[in-house]
Write a protein that binds this ligand. Structure first.
Ligand code: NAP
Length: 291
């Protein structure tokens, strides 16, 4: 088994962003800025938001944090988005998902100005990406493309099977891989897919984003293939200080004696998601200055 750890990959991306940011500021621009909006107290979301804040501050970005209570009304959240859209000192806006059920997440995402949509979730950015125009690319799929590049895993002419079709992972991942330049042949699976194994066993790369631990094990993967495990699942574990451990969607240990490359969880593509958010924020700052 070859472990495709993402710490070094993400550090090299962050180092590059740091240098580009220093240059940007040395040219007389103010530091890129990111506004992060968190609604409610979901512990996983709080962790993600904290990691994003730490990364932004470590790069010298300006970081604005809005922590709203779970009973925030949709109209008040939309009002905040309108304000952030208008503010000249905000380059990127991120609304941490999931939002409480009482709020229509699509409506909130739609409200973010496309030029500040550093998560790449607004219909304008999704549409632009789909037709291969300049757009903010959703951070997790973008980070996976960077990981494949870093490890020299070729996509052109390869069969890639994606397990999951969500708007934030599966669908944008498929769009990126099928584009000219990436040139993969892509299969996208969902819970109605018949005989999942048939699709994964024929793949050179399997990207699993199902949200369930143990969705695949070594029997689903052919020799020489790569597995990108996007899943982040909390498994109860009283032996851990926090009472849980993290696991991906692939049964990592089952691959130990196989000729397969695989990203671990933790230490895998989750690290890339944060780095790519920082890259998109720098891009937003640069584009908003008209370059
Ligand atoms: P999601 O919205 O729940 O989507 C899961 C997708 O997987 C759905 O399309 C579902 O099919 C499909 N699926 C589930 N079980 C399947 C199975 N056995 N066979 C085939 N398809 C199956 O989840 P998501 O937001 O895409 O996230 C997926 C996972 O990635 C989660 O664990 C999440 O925490 C993690 N994640 C990690 C990062 C990161 O930075 N590392 C970022 C985002 C998400 P249906 O459409 O038919 O229901």
């Amino acid at each position: 088994m070859r472990r495709l750890g993402c710490k070094k990959v993400s550090e090299s991306v962050l180092e590059n962003i740091r240098k580009r940011t220093e240059l940007f500021i040395s040219e007389g621009n103010r530091a890129p800025s990111l506004a992060v909006v968190l609604v409610g107290e979901d512990p996983a979301s709080q962790t993600y938001v904290r990691k994003k804040a730490e990364a932004a501050l470590s790069l010298g970005f300006v970081h604005f944090q809005y922590s709203l209570s779970a009973d925030t009304e949709e109209k008040d959240l939309l009002h905040l988005i309108d304000e952030l859209n208008e503010r000249d000192d905000v380059d990127g806006i991120l609304v941490q998902l999931p939002l409480p059920r009482s709020i229509d997440a699509d409506k909130v995402i739609d409200r973010i100005a496309p030029e500040k949509d550093v998560d790449g979730f607004t219909p304008i950015n999704v549409g632009r990406m789909a037709i291969g125009k300049e757009a903010f690319i959703p951070c997790t799929p973008k980070g996976i493309m960077e990981t494949l590049r870093y490890y020299g895993i070729e996509t052109a002419g390869k069969n890639v099977t994606i397990i999951g079709r969500s708007n934030i992972v599966g669908k944008p991942m498929a769009l990126l891989l099928m584009q000219k330049g990436a040139d993969a042949t892509v299969t996208v699976c969902n819970t109605k897919t018949q005989n999942l194994k048939e699709h994964t066993l024929s793949a050179d790369i399997v990207i699993v984003a199902a949200g369930h631990p143990g969705t695949i094990d070594e029997s689903y993967i052919k020799d020489g293939a790569a597995v990108i495990d996007v899943g982040v699942n909390r498994i109860d574990d009283p032996s851990k200080e926090k009472g849980f451990r993290l696991a991906g969607d692939a049964d990592y240990d089952s691959f130990r004696d196989r000729d397969v490359s695989i990203t671990p969880v933790p230490g895998g593509v989750g690290l890339m998601t944060v780095s790519m958010l920082m890259e998109n924020t720098l891009e937003a700052a640069i584009r908003r200055r008209g370059r």
